[in-house]
Design a protein around this ligand. Structure first.
Ligand code: FAD
Length: 461
């Protein structure tokens, strides 16, 4: 019988192994930690131990509210699919209000036991340095994929398609932007084939005083420090934080991402300039998903702490009430340009025996990584059984996340993403804003149950 090779026994790889094993598929799960390798035992700089599914930082799976929160909804959906990570989280749960938080050692031990005792799983402590040329494979080596394998993946995908740092600009929900202050226009009204009629950017205008105050805010705001091992990695010069640019000079931003040239603010129109005038500086937002619900602040990757970002970015004209789907950041993070490289079933288009799962696909977070691992396991099982695979509807959290990764995200600005309602199609009816989250989650649960009805979800072994 066929053995599926899973590389990486983190959250995604462990979940994929469980899903496959419970469908009767034999799995070899290769995990480098615990292999007794010389360089730090083969551990990434963030991992501390050798257990499967180690949580490297926070012990929280975030909100467990499946009526008002996209990640809580994802918990619900994963439970319905017999997720091992959700079972382990239940076993290891510690009090945390409406959040799902766990004892990380109990969590990892549960996963380790479930897989090592499973008759279909062989856990092998070894590091894999090249992408296997043959055999169904799931690569789930995470944000800190070991260098040798990363090089092999880079060779298979093209170096430009594998990033080693994320450079996350904040993402704003479109419906929280004040369009009485902002306007839509591309610089010099330039267009490409993909362009929208009116222009591709939402522009937030700034006066000189507003610009200077904003720059001060960037310089003074509280920042997160790079960890030593991140600072030691040479890649980050390519994606400079906006506050570092601000520190280079008073006008550096005005000649960089906040450049106003070629942008006529129609609200400053005069008889002499009927088109409007260029503001002193602008913040530009660009569409981030095909649905047009999410817009990213172009060039605003930052190490500012999240609270400082919210406070400062809401001083930008037009963003006073901005709601953020994601805040900015910059970290060591190995991830693929999945919307280009992967097909809708997470397979490498150029080598379809290889699937990717977890954070390396460009999802972000423990829960999202586990969910993508779960889907990769289910897809591989279906492929082996010769069954037709129907992906979960995009109205579900799993489906929305999967669609984003495998084609709906904007490939040119692709950066790691948490699950959020901006990835879902808007609810059909004219739902009032305060009822919207409920509308998303009710619809998702309905559609999930129809999807599961068409699918055989295996009982635990
Ligand atoms: P991992 O859980 O990292 O698993 C990958 C596994 O592959 C590891 O066990 C690794 O040892 C193994 N591996 C790597 N290369 C090889 C190889 N060549 N051969 C064999 N095995 C290999 N998310 C949150 O939700 N909350 C947080 O607080 C949080 N904090 C984070 C802090 C840091 C420093 C980092 C780097 C990430 C953080 N994340 C956080 C993101 C989190 O790591 C991921 O969401 C999640 O762990 C990714 O799951 P994964 O299975 O894709 O990767």
């Amino acid at each position: 019988t066929h053995t599926v090779h899973i590389i990486g026994g983190g959250l995604a790889g462990s979940e994929a192994a469980w899903q496959l094993a419970n469908r009767g598929v034999r799995v070899r799960l290769s995990e480098m930690r615990g292999a007794g390798l010389p360089d730090g035992g083969g551990r990434s700089p963030a991992h501390q131990g050798d257990g499967l599914a180690e949580l490297v930082c926070s012990n929280s799976f975030r909100s467990d509210d499946d009526t008002a929160n996209a990640v809580g909804l994802l918990h619900y959906e994963m439970r319905a699919c017999n997720s091992l990570m959700m079972r382990a989280a239940h076993e290891a749960q510690v009090p945390a209000g409406s959040a799902l938080a766990v004892d990380r050692d109990v969590f990892s031990a549960h996963v380790e036991r479930a897989l090592s005792e499973h008759p279909n799983v062989e856990v092998v402590r070894e590091r894999i340095d090249t992408l296997p040329a043959l055999g169904l494979t799931i690569v789930a080596t995470g944000p800190l994929t070991a260098a040798g394998l990363a090089a092999s993946i880079g060779a298979a995908t093209g170096a430009d398609s594998l990033a080693f740092f994320d450079a996350i600009a904040p993402i704003v929900y479109r419906d929280s932007i004040d369009m009485d202050i902002c306007w839509i226009q591309s610089r010099w009204d330039k267009k490409t084939e993909a362009s929208n009629e009116d222009g591709d950017y939402i522009n937030c205008p700034m006066t000189r005083d507003q610009y200077l105050a904003f720059r001060e805010g960037l310089l003074d705001g509280e920042k997160t420090e790079f960890k030593q091992w991140e600072a030691d990695t040479p890649y980050f010069e390519g994606c400079m934080p906006v506050e570092v640019m601000a520190a280079r000079g008073e006008d550096t931003l005005r000649f960089g991402p906040m450049k106003p040239v070629g942008l006529d603010n129609p609200r400053d129109a005069t008889p002499e300039f009927p088109q409007g005038r260029w503001p002193y500086a602008v913040v530009q937002l660009r569409q981030d998903n095909k649905l047009g619900t999410l817009w990213n602040m172009v060039g605003f990757q930052t190490k500012l702490k999240h609270a400082a970002q919210v406070a400062l970015f809401r001083t930008i004209p037009g963003l006073a009430n901005a709601e953020f789907a994601r805040l900015g950041g910059l970290h060591r993070n190995t991830f693929l340009n999945s919307p280009i490289l992967l097909d809708r079933q997470l397979r490498l288009k150029t080598a379809p025996h290889v699937r990717f799962a977890g954070q390396i696909t460009g999802c972000e977070g423990y829960v999202e990584s586990s969910a993508v691992g779960m889907l990769a396991g289910m897809m591989t099982a279906a492929e082996l059984a010769g069954e037709h695979w129907e992906s979960p509807p995009r109205t579900t959290a799993m489906g929305a996340l999967l669609s984003h990764i495998t084609g709906d995200a904007e490939a040119s600005s692709y950066q790691p993403m948490n699950v959020n309602f901006g990835l879902f199609p808007m609810p059909d009816d004219k739902v009032r804003k305060k009822d919207r989250k409920r509308a998303y989650t009710d619809r998702a649960k309905r559609d999930l149950s129809a999807w599961l009805g068409n699918m055989q979800v295996s009982e635990p072994a």
